[in-house]
Structures are given as C-alpha cells and as structure tokens.
Design a protein. Structure first.
Length: 301
C-alpha cells in the first residue's frame, strides 16, 4: 500500500504533471496520426475496404496474393528502386562535397550555407515541382540550353527512361539536409588529426580521403539510411510533374499506392502495398546497418 502511495505521489508531482502537459500534443499526434492509423491500415490490408463505402469483408491474404500477379505493382517497384539507387548516392556525394567546401574559412560562408539549404525547405512544394517541370518541357530553360549546345530533340518527358532524369535531378537539388549534417561532422573532426597529417606532408586530397572521409563514416551511415528511406517515399515530384508517365516510367510505388487508395478507392489493396513497402524499406535499412560494421569507423574505438 505504501508503495502504491509513493507511485501516485511521484506521478502527481508538479514537475511530472507539467512535463506530461507539454508532451500531450505530441502524444495525441503520435497516437492519432501515426500509431492508431498504422495498425488500422494493417487490419484494412486484410479486407476489401473501398473508400466511400461503410461495409467491407475480411479477405485474408487476397490483397497480398494479388500483388504477386500485378504487373503494374512490380513495375512501380522497379522504377522506385532505380530512382533510389541513382539519386541517393549522387545526392550524398554532392552534399558532402558542398559541405566540405563550405566548412573552409572565407568571407560569406554562412550566407552560402543558408542559400544551399534553401532548396530543402521549399523543394517539396507543389509550386517548385510545377516550375521544375516547366524547365524541362519543350521551350523550357533546360530544353533550350541543350538546343544551344547542339543537342536537339531531347524530349525529357517523352521517354520513360529520360523522364526519370529531371526527377532525380530535383531530388539531388534538395541536398541541404545532408549537407548540414556533413558540415557538422566535418567540424567535429579533431584539428589534431588534420594538423598531424599536414605535418607529415599529406596534401588536401590525402587528408580528405584518408582522414576526413573515414571520420565521417558514422555521418555517412546516418545520411545513407535517412536519404534512402526518404527516396522510397518520393511522391510529389512524380504526382505533379509527370503523373507517373510516360508509359509508367515514373510511377513510383508511393504514387501507385496513392492512386489505388484515393483515385480508384481500393483502400484495402493500398494498405497491403503500404505494408509491403514498409517491409522492403526495413529490410534494406537492416542490410545497410548490418554491412556498416565493415566500413564504419568511430573515433573512440
């Protein structure tokens, strides 16, 4: 009894109550927007729920077996994998190089950092996607630039293969978040490492590849995981710029799930595909984390 009273008094402590009050918006949002809908979608993935209809039936694994014979589903997965494996490495390399350049000491470096980070803040907006699409359309800036270079007849959105290029470039353009994290990691490298390498006669390239890059491997691991997950969820660019075309060459899995859920109202099937996507991303993330032990270096080891 005394133990229960101690627990109640500890729970009713003023500081604890204030903490719960401040955490309440997050708790409500986490439960109402993420956790509860997540488990509801798992349940719906075993039903034939149709958006707009109240009644639905339990169908077991029918939605999952349907995916096995769905050619459009497999095509969307191939397109998504191609997008991820092409855009994520380029985005990370570009972010790392820009971060390294912006950690040097010269005038106006803080302004350059803010400028390079700006696309990350506005890059996911519909307005930017519309402008980006116009740049690659016939008569757009990029189209005219290639014509000036003598490369005529490049219709970016007329080919399933070429249509993916503007979307990859737009994803790479939003490298600001990775750049900031890389810059923080570079700043965190002890100066004694760099000074010792310089005294031993190492040039800038040797310092970068043999000192800075190994010390950044934990940051590279973090960015690789986060950028990979974000790339699998890419939706706005394909939805606004190409609509998944041409010939479903940019029909990302997130767009395909959206169409089934809200355009064709197959909410049960869309929920099943969402969980398959979750498993795929989890497996890839697990592989990255498992193999990271071979190439990740920690300075305290």
């Amino acid at each position: 009894m005394n133990l229960d009273r101690e627990r109640i008094s500890r729970f009713m402590n003023k500081d604890v109550v204030v903490g719960y009050i401040f955490a309440l918006p997050f708790i409500i949002g986490f439960l109402g927007i993420m956790l509860i809908p997540m488990f509801m979608s798992l349940y719906y993935s075993f039903t034939n729920l149709t958006l707009g209809r109240i009644s639905y039936n339990w169908v077991g694994l029918a939605n999952y077996s349907r995916m096995w014979n769905d050619a459009r589903f497999w095509n969307s997965m191939r397109v998504t994998f191609r997008f991820v494996f092409l855009s994520v490495p380029v985005r990370m390399v570009f972010g790392l190089l820009v971060a390294y350049a912006l950690t040097r000491k010269y005038r106006g470096v803080h302004g350059y950092r803010a400028t390079y980070y700006l696309p990350t803040l506005i890059g996911g907006s519909i307005a930017v996607a519309l402008v980006w699409g116009q740049m690659f359309q016939r008569g757009g800036v990029v189209y005219n630039l290639f014509e000036m270079m003598g490369l005529n007849g490049i219709h970016w959105f007329g080919s399933p293969t070429l249509a993916l290029v503007p979307l990859i470039l737009m994803n790479v353009w939003q490298f600001g978040a990775a750049m900031i994290i890389f810059a923080a990691g570079i700043k965190d490298i002890p100066e004694t490492y760099l000074e010792a390498a310089a005294i031993d006669g190492a040039n800038k390239f040797q310092i970068f590849f043999q000192i800075i890059l190994p010390c950044l491997t934990p940051i590279i691991l973090y960015n690789l995981v986060m950028q990979t997950i974000a790339a699998f969820m890419t939706f706005t660019q394909a939805f606004i710029i190409t609509g998944g075309g041409p010939a479903e060459g940019t029909n990302f899995i997130a767009l395909y799930i959206y169409n089934h859920a809200f355009s064709w109202r197959n909410m049960g099937y869309a929920s099943a595909m969402s969980w398959v996507l979750l498993v795929v991303v989890a497996v890839i993330t697990g592989i990255i984390l498992k193999t990271s032990k071979r190439w990740t270096f920690y300075t305290n080891e």
